[in-house]
Every structure is written in C-alpha cells, then in structure tokens.
Design a protein around this ligand. Structure first.
Ligand code: HEM
Ligand code: HEM
Length: 160
C-alpha cells in the first residue's frame, strides 16, 4: 500500500470516529450529561489530532494569505476559520457550565444561565458549520469509498 493510501485510510478512520462522536455529543438528552461532557472533551482531543494531520494545509493557507497572491478557494478557508472559532466556543462554554468533570476536578463555576444559553447557541451553529465542512469534502469521501470498492473487486478478479 502506498504512503498516500495509508494516510487516506488513517484520515478516513479518524474522520469517521469524529463524525460518530460528534453526532452522539449533540444529543445529551440521550447520553446523560456526564457522558456528554466526556465525549465533548474527547472530541476536542481528536480535533487536535485532525488539525495536526492537516497541518500542511493550515501552514500553506497562512502563507498564501500573507502573500500578495490572490487566493482562489476562499470558501473553505473562511469555513475552517469559523468552524475553529465555534468549536472552541462550544467547548469553552461547555466547560464553563460543566456539572460533572469540573466539579470532579474540584473546580466549580458560578451558576450562570447566560453561559447555558450560549452553549446551546454555539452548539447549534457548530452543527450547521460542521455539516458545511463535511459537504465540502463530500467528493473526497465518495472517492475514498469508490477506490475501496475498486480495490476489492480487483482483488476478487485476481483471486479467481
Ligand atoms: C465531525 C467532525 C469532522 C469531520 C467528520 C471532518 C472531516 C474532514 C475531512 C473529510 C477532511 C478532508 C480529509 C482529511 O484530511 O481529513 C477534513 C479536513 C480538514 N478539517 Fe475537518 N472534520 C471535522 C471537524 C473539524 C474541525 C472541528 C475543524 C477545525 C477546528 C476541522 C478542520 C479541518 C481542516 C483545517 C482541514 C484541512 C483543510 C481542508 O481540506 O478543508 N475539521 N475534515
Ligand atoms: C462539540 C461539542 C459539544 C456540543 C455539540 C454540545 C451540545 C450540547 C447541547 C445540544 C446541549 C443541550 C442544550 C439544551 O438543550 O439546553 C448541551 C448541554 C450541555 N453541555 Fe454540551 N456540547 C458540547 C460540548 C460540551 C462540553 C465539552 C461540556 C463540558 C465539559 C459540555 C457540557 C454541557 C452541559 C453541562 C450541558 C447541560 C446544560 C443544561 O442543563 O442547561 N458540553 N450541549
């Protein structure tokens, strides 16, 4: 298997885990608050890995923005920045209203209804932005599955 195939497979695995955890995190009424908080913190951790793996894109984009060169694909740049800000805000506001992890660590926040409302608002905006982020990579996801299918049928023919 080539280096880029291995990289793509790893990205597909990490992205699928992120997607699954994200969906479950959006439904605290089903998981209960305690699991919701741990999933939210876990998601922030996997996102750091996701960003490190896409580091080349981030550095290349910063360089392009700093140079006078005209950037063509502005949509994904703006979307990724908005997603980063919202994701940070939803995690921060979640930690601020934490009922399990933070008290367990001995840190208690002031009971603040504004933060609760903000957490709710940020999470809604994150869901919408995340849907757009995934939609922008739809081609990448479809191609990955098509390649897998092609590889499978190829192996099948060879085996006969
Ligand atoms: C449910 C969670 C997420 C899913 C399923 C997801 C999916 C993807 C996919 C499929 C790619 C392209 C393939 C790859 O290299 O991994 C990608 C790239 C990227 N993602 Fe995400 N992502 C998620 C969350 C996030 C978050 C929270 C951020 C920012 C904080 C982010 C920032 C980026 C960046 C900077 C790139 C590379 C540039 C690009 O191609 O747009 N992603 N993501
Ligand atoms: C991507 C990350 C997250 C998403 C999408 C998310 C989403 C949500 C949603 C939709 C609710 C229900 C809001 C309502 O109906 O009032 C909620 C509640 C809550 N979340 Fe999160 N959350 C995330 C991360 C976190 C984190 C990291 C923590 C804490 C460490 C946290 C702590 C809480 C708490 C304590 C509540 C209950 C609030 C209340 O009872 O009013 N969340 N979250």
């Amino acid at each position: 298997m080539s280096k880029s195939q291995t990289r793509n497979r790893m990205s597909a695995l990490i992205d699928s885990i992120m997607f699954g955890v994200f969906i479950v995190t959006t439904a605290p009424q089903f998981t209960g608050i305690s699991l919701h908080e741990w999933l939210g913190i876990g998601l922030a951790g996997i996102t750091v890995v996701h960003l490190v793996r896409n580091w080349e894109w981030i550095i290349a984009t910063i360089n392009r923005l700093l140079s006078t060169e005209r950037t063509q694909n502005k949509t994904s740049i703006i979307l990724n920045i908005v997603l980063f800000v919202l994701f940070t805000l939803v995690t921060y506001s979640g930690i601020a209203i934490s009922e399990d992890i933070m008290p367990w660590l001995g840190i208690t926040w002031l009971e603040n209804t504004d933060w609760r409302r903000l957490h709710d608002l940020f999470s809604t905006l994150t869901v919408v932005t995340m849907a757009a982020h995934i939609a922008l990579h739809w081609q990448w996801i479809v191609q990955l599955f098509q390649k897998r299918q092609r590889n499978k049928s190829h192996t099948h023919v060879e085996a006969n």
